[in-house]
Design a protein. Structure first.
Length: 248
């Protein structure tokens, strides 16, 4: 028997909640979606979304996001959003499950994005945030069909959807967040899903104590390259996480 599923979709660095819009036509009946933006990012009307005084503070971020991260939901964290979703469980009641989309226990890895590559990108961002942001969109879509970058630009426009301090704080989290200990003893079920051509992840994807799946013909941005397949995979994984226990 099917059951209702609540999904909270959490975006990554340099994009806002609009990145999830391509999935909208593909959600089946019984799936309830919320897609908040992280503090300092802009919503669709370009209003500031719950900015915090110290964008580097995980505690302040958790406080600002508390109402948007309910316990009765499965949190889907994409890229930096996945790192933050796991980190939030030290500050907020854990959800029914976490799906790491294009994310592992850390952002950097020897055969993914190396610490040196991230440091070079951070230096480029400090020189020219807007130019670095445009490069990041190209970088993260490099494992996708060519039209994926066009779709990202169509969704997000031509300027970064967050202020410079927020983006800089996010780069700091990409460098420093390490969820290995949290995932070794997770407070809720965890699953990991990634495109098979994701340029940001080590091969193969490995998250301790989590089921791990690859999405065929996709890279780091499956929401724009394979939205129907991604919606189906997220629904299926979340249903497995939240299925009521059978009464014997």
């Amino acid at each position: 028997m099917s059951h209702n599923i609540n999904l909270t979709l959490l975006h990554g660095w340099g994009v806002d909640a609009r990145v999830w819009q391509p999935l909208q036509p593909h959600w089946p009946e019984g799936v309830r979606i919320t897609a908040p933006s992280w503090p300092g990012y802009f919503d669709n009307s370009c209003a500031d979304s719950a900015a915090v005084a110290d964008p580097t503070s995980l505690t302040a971020t958790a406080h600002a996001m508390a109402a948007s991260l309910p316990q009765d939901s499965v949190w889907v964290g994409w890229s930096l959003g996945g790192l933050l979703a796991v980190a939030m469980t030290e500050h907020l009641p854990p959800p029914r499950g976490i799906i790491l989309l294009g994310a592992g226990a850390q952002f950097c890895s020897p055969d993914g994005v190396t610490p040196r590559a991230l440091a070079e990108f951070t230096s480029a961002f400090e020189r020219s945030p807007a130019a670095a942001w445009r490069h990041f969109l190209r970088w993260q879509s490099s494992g996708e069909p060519r039209e994926a970058l066009k779709r990202l630009h169509a969704l997000l426009g031509k300027t970064p959807p967050a202020d410079t301090a927020t983006l800089a704080a996010g780069l700091g989290w990409l460098e420093t967040l390490d969820n290995r200990a949290r995932l070794n003893a997770p407070p809720c079920p965890v699953a990991a899903l990634a495109g098979e051509n994701d340029p940001f992840l080590s091969q193969p994807l490995a998250v301790e104590r989590a089921s791990n799946e690859r999405l065929a013909h996709a890279g780091h941005c499956p929401m724009v390259s394979r939205p129907a397949a991604l919606a189906d995979a997220l629904r299926r994984i979340a249903a497995d996480m939240t299925r009521p226990a059978e009464v014997l």
